[in-house]
Write a new protein. Structure first.
Length: 113
């Protein structure tokens, strides 16, 4: 059974950085997934795509995070990452990793202004 576990969230001041990790288990390789990405759920319970590998080696970023966030993955570690720099208060939310139809439990990111 596939399980995704996020980590790395926390409380940070505006302008700071965090690195989120998503560890996949129960699968031979994360490259077996067609698509994977990071999503943010706002306090208003809206969930939207922040960054993703939509297929192959393509990378997509939401305009709000371009130039600040970097998505990456390491097949050897069955992990996907989100490096978040120059954080803003509007980046606050619960961050979920998703791989095809599988989801993690989320990790809270709070950016104080």
């Amino acid at each position: 059974q596939v399980k995704l576990v996020e980590s790395g969230g926390g409380l940070v001041q505006a302008g700071g950085s965090l690195r989120l990790s998503c560890l996949a288990s129960g699968t031979g390789s994360i490259f077996s997934f067609n698509a994977m990405g990071w999503y943010r759920q706002t306090p208003e319970n809206q969930r939207f795509l922040v960054a993703s590998f939509p297929g192959g080696e393509r990378i997509h970023y939401d305009d709000s995070v371009k130039g600040r966030f970097t998505i990456s993955r390491d097949n050897a570690k069955n992990s996907m990452y989100l490096q978040m720099n120059k954080l803003k208060s509007e980046d606050t939310g619960v961050y979920y990793c998703g791989m095809d139809r599988f989801w993690g439990q989320g990790t809270q990111v709070t950016v104080s202004s």
